[in-house]
Design a binder for this molecule. Structure first.
Ligand code: NAP
Length: 237
């Protein structure tokens, strides 16, 4: 079984890759810039590093063609790579807003588009997208990110209906606040406040998201498609 995990060089993607390798997947460890980290992870889990800027359709085309030529059909796509933007809506430069949508929405949809034909021919396959609690409830000063993650949720629901009859499941994990580099832009005070606002009293770990991804990818979830699984400690119910 072959899995592509995007943004696997660190954070949530790294833990997803490790968890899926334990479940017997050969993991294509995708990265953008962190080549050393991706190669070290690939060595550790017997995976294969693959590189692309997912904000660029041409690079996605190149990467997915290389994957399919070398390894054939991908059984599982975990669309995890993403970037965030912090600031007042009207202060975000246009170029940064366009870039965020290119990576967080364009990257997710175009990678799926390129890998789907082989899944459709095989009449099997699984896609797990990573959204965000902000895509469900919205966040002040993260308006572009919230809108992009809401798009990932809509994409999941729509594509699940379209490809379900072809034996392909599409689901989404929606993380709450997770301890990764993405949140280093927040100071310790903000992180403490977010933990205090979480009914389970703590922020999450990347491993918590990896468990949910592994579940949705497995046969234990074989009758689950088009669903959004919140993993947020009760932060948003
Ligand atoms: P992270 O630690 O910042 O890691 C981001 C990953 O995405 C890295 O592997 C990075 O690759 C890759 N990436 C960034 N820009 C890319 C691009 N242009 N093309 C291809 N890959 C790119 O983030 P994380 O916290 O693990 O987040 C993973 C996912 O979970 C994201 O979709 C994020 O929105 C979502 N999420 C996170 C949280 C949270 O609290 N952390 C909450 C909700 C949702 P390189 O390092 O190789 O450049």
């Amino acid at each position: 079984m072959l899995a592509l995990v995007t943004g696997a060089s660190r954070g949530i993607g790294e833990k997803c890759a490790e968890r899926l390798a334990k479940d017997g997947y050969t993991v294509l460890v995708h990265y953008h810039q962190s080549s050393d980290a991706a190669k070290q992870l690939a060595d550790r889990i017997g995976g294969i590093p693959v590189q692309a800027d997912l904000g660029d359709f041409h690079q996605i085309d190149r990467m997915t063609e290389e994957i399919q030529r070398s390894f054939g059909t991908v059984d599982l796509l975990v669309n995890n790579a993403g970037i965030a933007l912090n600031g007042l809506f009207q202060d975000i430069p246009d170029a940064e807003a366009i870039r965020l949508f290119a990576v967080d929405v364009g990257g997710v949809m175009h990678t799926a588009k390129r890998l789907l034909p082989a899944m459709l021919r095989a009449h099997s396959g699984c896609i797990v997208n990573i959204a965000s609690v902000w895509g469900e409830c919205g966040a002040s000063c993260e308006v572009h990110y919230s809108a992009a993650k809401a798009a990932v949720i809509g994409f999941t629901k729509a594509l699940a209906q379209e490809v379900g009859p072809s034996g392909i499941r599409v689901n989404c994990v929606s993380p709450g606040v997770i301890d990764t580099e993405m949140n280093r832009m927040h100071g310790p005070d903000t992180m403490q406040m977010l933990a205090a606002e979480t009914p389970l009293g703590t922020i999450g770990r990347p491993e918590d998201i990896a468990e949910a991804v592994a579940f949705l990818a497995s046969d234990r979830a074989k009758f689950i498609t088009g669903q959004i699984l919140p993993v947020n400690g009760g932060f948003y119910i």
